[in-house]
Design a protein around this ligand. Sequence first.
Ligand code: NI
Length: 190
Amino acid sequence: MAVREIIQIGHPVLRTPARTVKPTELASFPMQQLIDDLIDTMRNAGGAGIAATQVGEPVRICTIEVDNNVRYPYKPPIALTVLVNPEIEYLGDDTFPLNEGCLSVPLRGDIRRHLRIRVSALDRSGTEVLREVAGLSAGTFQHEVDHLNGVLFIDRVEDSRTLATWPEFERHAREVFVAEITEFVKRIGS
Ligand code: NI
C-alpha cells in the first residue's frame, strides 16, 4: 500500500478515457495493489473520491469514501466503495446545483449534477453491484465516473466567474453555499 502522487490538470492522462478492466486482470496483484493505493491516496489527501486516472493509470477504477470529510464537511457519509468499470444511468432529468472541487484541480466552481442515478459496476472482488444514489452522494459518484471518461468538473462549469481558489472560496462563497447545501442534504437525505 502506498500514497501515490496525484496528477494535476494539464497532464494528458486526465483527459484520456480509461479502459475497461477484464475480470481476470482485476484479480491480479498489481490491480488489487492499485485499488489499495487509490484508497490510501484518497484518504491521505482528504478526498471524497479518486479515480485511477488521477494517479496516472488509465483503467476504469475509482474509490469513494465520505466520513467527516475535511474538504467537504457538509457531505453525508458514504461507506468505502470501490467501483470497477462503473456505468451511470440517470433516473429522470432532475438536476441540482452544487459547488465542486477536485484533487487534480486547484479550484472550486459551480456546476449541476443529476439528482438521481443508478450505478452499475463490479466491486474489487469482481461481484456485480447495482446501486441507486441521490443528492450530493450522487454528485460524488458522477464526479468520479467523469474522471474515467476524461472529463473534469471544470468542463461542466457554466459560469466561469464562479471559479475560485480554495482560500477565496472560503472567504467569499463558503458560508452561503454551505447553508444552502446543508438545507438540500436535509431535504434529500443524501
Ligand atoms: Ni476529481
